[in-house]
Ligand binder design. Sequence first.
Ligand code: AMP
Length: 197
Amino acid sequence: MVQKTKKMTNIVLFGPPGAGKGTQAEVLKVKYQLVHISTGDVFRYNIKNQTELGTLAKSYMDKGHLVPDGVTIKMLNAEVEKNPDANGFVFDGFPRTQAQAEALATLMEEKSSQINAMVALEVDDQVLVGRLLERGKTSGRADDANEDIIRERVAEYYRKTDILKEFYKAQNKYFGVNGVGNIQEITARLSEVFDKL
Ligand code: AMP
């Protein structure tokens, strides 16, 4: 029997902390029937369940720093492998470093697939800090509660993550979208990009 390879659509939903990636990924996964993987959510799940990975991740997350690439990549690979029948994935909060972007490309290649696009939510820094402080009142997230940690997360984004735009631009896969507005407006802007893929 000839094994057919299903064509997947895989999107990196990108942007600094507080850009609205998680909110939009939840809407888009339903609309486009994709599996949503948020590395931040997986780390928080592990913290809640007091796993070894959770304890390690917490020591970085509480400072607003990135969790090391080795463990993060291994975890992401495992999450993808849990979904062998997926139509595709929305990656939220991954990749965040050059090494992660390269590992993701390799993983997709192994599945005879690829990342189709990086769709980035563009939001000014002043708006981000305000949004995260606001979210901190209800999210229960330790890293949203303290302005210094929030600023460190934004700084970490500019140190290590923002350059990934160039990685995807070089492959003609970068799409920037205005991330300021209400949830429906932003979904509509993102959908314009998704519908063309
Ligand atoms: P997030 O929920 O995406 O805002 O992530 C919360 C925290 O989890 C980050 O500040 C990092 O400490 C950690 N984290 C999430 N995703 C990654 C990643 N891809 N690489 C390294 N650390 C991550």
